[in-house]
Design a protein around this ligand. Sequence first.
Ligand code: GLN
Length: 485
Amino acid sequence: MELFDLTIHELHDKLKKKEVSSVEATGAMLARIEATEARVNAFITVTATEALQAAAAADRRIAAGEMDILTGIPLALKDIFLTKGVKTTCGSKILADFIPPYDATSWLKLQERGAVLLGKLNQDEFAMGSSCEGSAYGATRNPWNLECIPGGSSGGSAAAIAARQATATLGTDTGGSIRQPASHCGCVGLKPTYGRVSRYGVIAYASSLDQVGPLTRDVTDAAIMLGAVAGHDPLDSTSVDRPVPDYTAGLRSDVKGMKIGLPKEYFIDGLDEDVKKALDLAIDAYRGLGAEFVELALPHTDYAVAAYYLIATAEASSNLARYDGVRFGHRTADAKGLADMYRQSRAEGFGAEVKRRIMLGTYALSSGYYDAYYLKAQKVRTLIMQDFLKAFEKVDVILTPVAPTPAFKIGEKTADPLQMYLSDIFTIPVNLAGTCAISVPAGMSRAGLPIGLQLIGKPFGEESIIRAAYAFEQASTWHQLQAEL
Ligand code: GLN
């Protein structure tokens, strides 16, 4: 085992026993980035000097006996998190030179506990995408097969875990952006309940859907990271004031008697054979562990993608209005007057997919169409939410695939946005319902690509999905496989 292979809890043990220093661990990570980054392109910015300084500070804390589970742990963040003094692009040209004057709350919380920042990770521009090909800084490649996408939009966050370039990372999930890349890269990805984690300082995509969460090597690390970032934040009025449980406490309990729902709408004919097989075997494993399965219906599932692409684009068109060439980022060099300056700056700064979304969203919100599109989508959203709440009267968690197929080839879906949008068919309903879900490694395709399974929990039911995910992890070896790189 190399230092860069370790989980948070493994590295913590070594730091605690003084077998290794944070400077050494961080140095090993930076060397690993150096050795692999030309092939993977998971990072937009690497902050090597600052990382080694932060690691030295962490070592002083450790020497002084002020140690926390995250002290000295080298992490990396999706480039959507504001990091004071460190360039934050959100994968866009429009923010190519943006240096935030403050930190996102989630990053501040990790920093306060002594975590070390290795750098900022690649993503689809403004988190709009499912493949990480939509970044202005080049596509990220899947460490398991460099010809494949790592998933998106938090593709850099997942690829960095799979390439062992960071011990853990944070991503964001609006319609699947943590879980889908986690599934494609063989790592654990957790999307918390809406309101569980502060979004202060996280660049907004679709504000009624966005949520922050961890991508990690195992379930224990996901529980550690979630516990560190969760909680009320007076700076984010959508964060909920509710105690944060000790998410690591559930890591010892089993799933005997746990009721797991299987929604028939998620086990459809079009499901890839390898994905189906992995899920079937996982279900058998859970049965062996004493869980009980209940067949469920989530009847409005079919409408989720359509409702999502109205709501998400509408909110995006409003959120992205702030990039006007005046207050943030790129301003065109040659404008003829004010209106032309807005137009040119945005035309030059945004990529094709972002422009498509702004146009779709602006259309859906325009007078005369608002009721037919946005309002209707919100009503459908309520029905989807009710489907879940009804299901959770009967079961503790719901088990589904994460994505309909393993990672696809780079370039395979870029010409057909609808095909790209359909890759989130199983993750989007969770965001619409505002609840939590986790993706855990559950198999490998015949072509050697990881396959994840999704466990969906009740609102604020993170403990149950962590418990169910941990039980599966303990009974399997998928999370121990490593991409050869
Ligand atoms: N792929 C979906 C989209 O493009 C979800 C992205 C996300 O969760 N940020 O909107």
